[in-house]
Design a protein around this ligand. Structure first.
Ligand code: ADP
Length: 364
């Protein structure tokens, strides 16, 4: 049971009794995001949601079963994990749309005070979806408040001072929590165990990215052919958010050049102009590969040694750099550490030394 001390019990009670819908001090981040970026790029329902077939199936089954039971609040809490930009927020918004309820989107670091999460929880209607991004970064008190909220739909507050203190239990509407994290391992097990469904977001393949790029270009009102879309997809690191950003850059170039139908060569020129790497790699990715090859003869090298050499946190290597490099086949993970692949040597135009080959054999 999470207990926080407050002398403002009447304030919380009033909020509940008045049926207050919003915490005036904390705006749902979705509102901010919508205003800042073109919101229509987000898929609006499950059929517009491209890729992640297993997640879509999971959502379809859970939503349909809950509707058949006549209780949409019983779909259960979802934990989605994976790299940024793979569609976690979009999934939560779609879940709410399919249930006919509202989604409220927040990021864990913004919920720094217990009153933040209490205000939000009290404002939720039955079946509303509460999305908390980077949920592994919740502070301890907020996390503990979520335990009883997720399980029993109540918040327990300790009100009053010392001997006069008493516990006040606030009932909540049955909401659905969608937690998102880039770091599953950083989640405490009491929190992780309270999610009914846990799903790993996958990177998108070229076909899926091409579909997203074409859909985005339609919304942005410009035309590009299949080959141009493939050039963008190749640089998108398997990630829809990056695909959308690059599609915008190519759109800008095409409109500037008065190109009616963007072809492969136009897309390449545009992406070169904006200095987008042909393989979608960033400087830090290449630096990591260089360290593995030049400092550790191609590996195997443990993640701690790699982090120390690069002057980065272990977590940053594991969560930010590695997932795509592994997925794209530039490194492999063996029981003895990370190893650079032939593709990495080719990319950096480095010849394998005899000592590298020896080292690699030992690593396998
Ligand atoms: P995350 O929450 O994992 O960081 P988002 O859900 O915010 O990712 O997705 C980033 C952007 O990528 C969205 O604005 C949306 O336009 C696009 N996007 C993500 N997933 C998909 C998808 N499956 N189909 C189409 N577009 C997508």
């Amino acid at each position: 049971m999470a207990i926080i001390s407050t002398s403002e019990d009447s304030d919380f009670k009033n909020k509940k009794q008045n049926g207050q819908k919003k915490n005036p001090n904390l705006k749902s981040e979705e509102t901010l995001k919508d205003a800042q970026f073109e919101p229509s790029l987000r898929p609006q329902n499950l059929s517009e949601y491209i890729g992640q077939p297993r997640l879509k199936e999971l959502l379809r089954v859970c939503i349909s079963a809950a509707k058949k039971r006549g209780d949409i609040t019983s779909v259960g809490h979802f934990l989605l994990y994976g790299s940024p930009g793979l569609g976690k927020t979009s999934s939560a918004i779609i879940l709410a749309k399919e249930l006919g309820t509202e989604a409220k989107v927040f990021s864990a670091p913004a919920l720094s005070q217990p009153k933040d999460i209490i205000g939000i929880l009290l404002s939720l209607n039955a079946g509303d979806v509460l999305f908390i991004d980077e949920i592994h970064r919740l502070n301890k008190i907020t996390e503990e408040l979520l335990y009883s909220a997720m399980e029993d739909y109540v918040i327990d507050l300790s009100v009053g001072k010392s001997q006069a203190a008493r516990i006040m239990r606030l009932p909540l509407n049955r909401f659905i929590l969608v937690g998102a994290t880039t770091s599953l391992g950083s989640l405490s097990s009491p929190l992780r165990d309270r999610f009914i469904h846990t799903y790993k977001m996958e990177f998108y393949d070229f076909d899926e990215l091409i579909q997203i790029i074409k859909h985005t270009s339609k919304i942005l009102k410009y035309e590009l052919n299949e080959e141009a879309a493939l050039e963008i997809a190749k640089r998108a690191r398997g990630t829809p958010r990056i695909a959308n950003r690059l599609t915008r850059l190519v759109r800008d170039y095409s409109q500037h050049e008065n190109i009616k139908l963007t072809k492969m060569e136009d897309a390449i020129k545009a992406l070169e102009l904006f200095k987008v790497d042909p393989n979608g790699l960033e400087e830090t990715d290449k630096a990591l590969l260089k360290v593995v090859i030049e400092k550790y003869n191609g590996g195997p090298v443990g993640v701690d040694a790699l982090a120390a050499t690069m002057g980065e946190e272990r977590q940053t290597i594991e969560e930010c750099y590695e997932p795509y490099l592994l997925q794209a086949g530039y490194i492999t993970r063996t029981s003895r550490g990370r190893m650079a692949t032939d593709k990495a040597y080719e990319l950096l135009d480095i010849k394998k030394q005899a000592s590298d080959i020896e080292q690699m054999k030992m690593g396998l």
